[in-house]
Design a protein around this ligand. Structure first.
Ligand SMILES: Nc1nc2c(ncn2[C@@H]2O[C@H](COP(=O)(O)OP(=O)(O)OP(=O)(O)O)[C@@H](O)[C@H]2O)c(=O)[nH]1
Length: 195
């Protein structure tokens, strides 16, 4: 499955949570203000980029195009699942997204939950602890991100890349890469001096 020399990392989550901005931020190290081109259906933005042998897709969050994106789950090696900390519905929908992932994605897919827009202190409606709790319940790593400030953006992508690379290139006696531990060690908290 991973013999093709690259991995597919797909960004999923409700419309407007910041999938494109996160990807752009990671790719260009810059935040694009204003709304970005909305991802639509079959005109699947094939924002494929090569970084550390990882290819990344960004896909639509719109309900009406779900059936289109189902097919793409199968090829994804990792999924960055986003909600928006200023949008409660996007957080509540994470359960539905996880159910969908469970149904359509490969069994060993790497999933990471991201609470995006962590820079929005005034508009925040989802606490970091709530994200942590949900992630724990589903056994997936979690961090808050900001495409605007750059908080943990690099980390989200590199942690997934490390996990995927390790799975394929691991020497037999090498210890397993601990994704959760790595994330815990490297993660920055919104508003913290270190971010
Ligand atoms: N404050 C803040 N705003 C953000 C952040 N990320 C994205 N936004 C804003 O949120 C809006 C939606 O961002 P997009 O990246 O287009 O969201 P998307 O998830 O790709 O949306 P679809 O393409 O419709 O699925 C834009 O107006 C962005 O400027 C962030 O980290 N902080």
């Amino acid at each position: 499955m991973m013999g093709r020399g690259f991995y597919y990392v797909m960004l999923v989550g409700d419309s407007g949570v910041g999938k494109t901005c996160l990807l752009v931020r990671f790719k260009d190290g810059a935040f694009l203000a204003g709304s970005f081109i909305s991802t639509v259906g079959i005109d699947f933005r094939n924002k494929v980029m090569s970084i550390d042998a990882v290819k990344i897709w960004d896909t639509a969050g719109q309900e009406r195009f779900r059936s289109v994106t189902h097919a793409y789950y199968r090829d994804a090696h990792a999924l960055l699942l986003l909600y928006d900390v200023t949008n409660k519905a996007s957080f509540d929908n994470i359960r539905a997204w996880l159910t969908e992932i469970h149904e359509y994605a490969q069994q060993d897919v790497v999933v990471m939950l991201l609470g995006n827009k962590a820079d929005s202190t005034h508009d925040r409606v989802v606490k970091r602890e709530e994200g942590e709790k949900l992630a724990k319940e589903f056994g997936v790593p979690f961090m808050e991100t900001s495409a605007k400030s750059g908080l943990n953006v690099e980390l989200a992508f590199t942690a997934v890349a490390k996990e995927l690379k390790h799975r394929t290139m691991k020497e037999p006696d090498e210890p397993k890469f601990q994704l959760q531990e790595y994330v815990n060690k490297e993660v920055r908290t919104a508003g913290c001096c270190r971010s």
